[in-house]
Design a protein around this ligand. Sequence first.
Ligand code: GLU
Length: 418
Amino acid sequence: MSQPCRHYEVVSQLVEKAAIAMQLDPQVKELLREPMRTLTVSIPVKMDDHTVKVFKAFRCQHNNVLGPFKGGIRFHHQADEDEVKSLAALMTYKCALVGLPFGGAKGGVLCDPSQLSAGELERLSRGFVRAIAPIIGPDQDIPAPDMNTNAKIMGWFVDEFAQVRGVYQPGVVTGKPVALGGSQGRTEATGRGIMYVTREAATAFGLELKGATAAIQGFGNVGSYAAKFLYDEGCKIIAVTDIFGGVYDPTGIDPYQLKEHELKTGSVRGFTGTSPISSQELLALKCDILIPAALGNQLTAENAGDVKCEWVVEAANGPTTPEADEILQRKGILVIPDILANAGGVTVSYFEWVQNNYSYYWSEEEVDQRLEKVMADAFDEVYETYLSGEGTTLRVAAYMVALQRLAKAMEARGWVTT
Ligand code: GLU
């Protein structure tokens, strides 16, 4: 089951496929082959029992030809350098694909946040910012939330950065609390973006969203909002899992009530009127839309053959291995790739950064309208590229659009010889 770590190699393979299809300038490929910088840090934290514990963490800056590095920070007990590098690369392609003036970065702190007290979590978060402070800034590299990090932690990031640098610069981090210059709609943005892209795809590929069945793996920030917004569009959510278990109801689950249940009990398990379902069973459910919204590498060579959905909408980063991707393609399952499907989060992060730069703030309606346009335009561009290439996939098309933008910027900056 557990394969040797090869996350970065997997992203490189995806890029390679698109590069071949579009006959990408080899110099551009060469410049994107390795991240520009990966910083490894050790963060000493005073624990509640008065001992000192040192946590390992990384910030990988993949490429910044389009603008300052951008990407979230995840707190996870399996965070490692290879995974962080691959996620940073995905950010480079995601930002390029949706046309944001940002490069790609990612951070990972090796820790189990469920084992940390509130005080320990705050000291670790502040320690991480002190450690990476020399390489971040509103015009250099702008962190944001990712797995197990949230607006509260971003608030500590901004404050600690202000203490280190001696100036208060809210634009150094996005996904902040609204009280500190966070954007309206940022928390919901990834889930909302999933809905906008799914809606565009439904029109393009002729799927009636009203009554379409959806199964969602993961009920964190991304999965729970995706569930709510798709439910609002008329989708029937038939199954949801989290790390503790899952629930299944073929007649449909109300995700709003499920969230309330989860907040009360700590898990989706045991929600009224549902039967239990495992994560593996969920991935093999017959449904219209399967949404992996948890960890990477969930659809693999081992289980992709069992997948019975019509579409996979990748809300998580890297949920499908290349082997699984090929199996799904052979089975005629449409995959809406991560760099398109989940780009709503970083898009509203961009809006937040713009609002911080202007010190002028937008209403939630304004943010949502702009988000809808960015997601719809990105989908259209990918779809056109998809239609023009024979036998291609939406993933290859998405990478082609992204690489085109990166190549143009590299040419314009004189990074490659023409
Ligand atoms: N962590 C999110 C992602 O993977 C958002 C990153 C950001 O807002 O910078 O896209």
